[in-house]
Design a protein around this ligand. Structure first.
Ligand SMILES: Nc1ncnc2c1ncn2[C@@H]1O[C@H](COP(=O)(O)OP(=O)(O)OP(=O)(O)O)[C@@H](O)[C@H]1O
Ligand SMILES: [Mg+2]
Length: 390
């Protein structure tokens, strides 16, 4: 059994010789991600010759810590030293030439044998269940991303009893630390010094506990650190958090940065914000077009109008007409929102009966609904307990 990334169907037979007929072929990293989620026992990924080396390395990095029993074999038209180096650094197990079927067979067999050996050690026999990522985004600034992401994180924690990590990926101007009055003793900037050793423990050491079961990963304190935080690093952080927390809620900057795009790529649910003003609505439309162009599935989208009762000459219906889609959630405007931020509180926690808190609770239900259904009668917080996390 194996899955092949980025290879054309016509070449399938070449691989059948090496791994047998039980093969699946996927065209993109995203499809691979979905496929591997559906096949938790899969041991082998063959990366085809047309996938460029950086994308191949990214794929290997994505799984090397979270799913160490999964082996990657890279197929190349020409074997070059620089390719070998990059491949091995990323955790790809073998690199073989496209025309060498015997070597491909050998590489696949060696990788499968190693995977079986790793699986025989109980702690990697099956990958732990993964937490879900929610990104809160608007391309226009000031629409309420930070307000909604922090309230949503608290609401998911309270309503599901599951563990939540709130991540500030507004790397340059992140203000979750200020909004929650957290002392910035740790932040994602700590990852810079860890380089290739950014492991699960390293990520845990960057978190600040806001309250039990609700951890926060702050943006760097110094803007100069931002340039050292790459999309790969962000991806590694999110991957580790997915294995330590049931939910990862990501606050974002008002721009499609590399880190934001990578987060969208990994996220299970998107909360797309607008307010009732033309620039915000226009930017929501641009966001939707961009996500469509990137083939981001629409069943992940939750369109949310913040300050939906503000009298600004436009209504929620006007938004729906402009974007050609129904609005899923609304959050009222209230002075209690800035007041809660000024006192370092999350409104959902300090005033759970407030109209804004009730609407946030509805958002939390909508975002988590399909997973609680999928999990059937799974007890709240089970995932965290199984992992013996924190
Ligand atoms: N529903 C609301 N009612 C009243 N005020 C709100 C509401 N939502 C957000 N605000 C206020 O709007 C301002 C911007 O909110 P917030 O910081 O959450 O937006 P943002 O999208 O994160 O901004 P940025 O793009 O700068 O990061 C804040 O002062 C916040 O208190
Ligand atoms: Mg913000």
């Amino acid at each position: 059994m194996a899955v092949i990334l980025g290879e054309v169907l016509a070449n399938r037979d070449k691989y059948v010789v090496a791994v047998g007929g039980d093969l699946r072929m996927v065209g993109s990293a995203r499809e691979l991600h979905t496929d591997l989620d559906q096949h938790p026992q899969e041991d082998l990924v063959i990366i085809g010759p047309d996938v460029d080396i950086s994308a191949a390395a990214d794929t290997a990095i994505r799984y090397r810590a979270s799913r160490p029993s999964l082996g990657m074999v890279l197929v190349r038209r020409r074997l070059e030293v620089s390719t070998l180096n990059q491949a091995l650094r990323s955790g790809i197990r073998e690199v073989v030439g496209i025309d060498d079927t015997t070597e491909l067979l050998g590489a696949c067999n060696r990788s499968i044998a190693l995977s079986r050996e790793l699986r025989s050690h109980s702690d990697v026999s099956t990958p732990a269940s993964k937490g879900h990522i929610v990104i809160v985004f608007s391309a226009k600034g000031g629409c309420g991303k930070t307000t909604i992401s922090s309230n949503l994180a608290a609401a998911i924690r309270e309503r599901t009893g599951q563990t939540v990590a709130l991540v500030d990926f507004d790397l340059q101007f992140g203000d979750i630390g200020v909004a929650l009055q957290l002392e910035p003793t740790r932040s994602i900037a700590d990852a810079i010094g860890m380089h290739a050793n950014l492991d699960a423990q390293g990520v845990q050491s960057m978190l600040i506990e806001y309250r039990p079961g609700l951890d926060v990963l702050l943006a760097p304190l110094h803007p100069s650190d931002v340039e050292h935080i790459s999309a790969d690093m962000a991806q590694q952080v999110l991957t580790h958090l997915q294995y330590s927390h049931d939910w990862v809620v990501v606050d974002s900057p008002p721009a499609f940065t590399e880190v934001v795009l990578r987060t969208f790529d990994m996220a299970d649910e998107f909360v797309l914000l607008t307010t009732l003003d033309m620039p915000a609505i226009k930017n929501l439309k641009v966001t939707m077009d961009t996500l469509d162009a990137l083939a981001m599935p629409r069943d992940k989208w939750h369109v949310l109008v913040n300050r939906s009762d503000a009298r600004m000459g436009l209504s929620v219906e006007d938004v729906e007409k402009a974007i050609g889609l129904s609005v899923n959630n609304k959050i009222a405007s209230s002075n209690d929102v800035p007041m809660s931020i000024n006192s370092g509180e999350i409104l959902f926690l300090s005033k759970p009966k407030h109209v804004v808190s009730r609407e946030i609770a509805q958002l939390a239900t909508d975002v988590t609904e399909k997973y609680s259904k999928a999990a059937g009668n799974e007890k709240p917080g089970l995932l965290a307990r199984v992992r013996g996390a924190r």
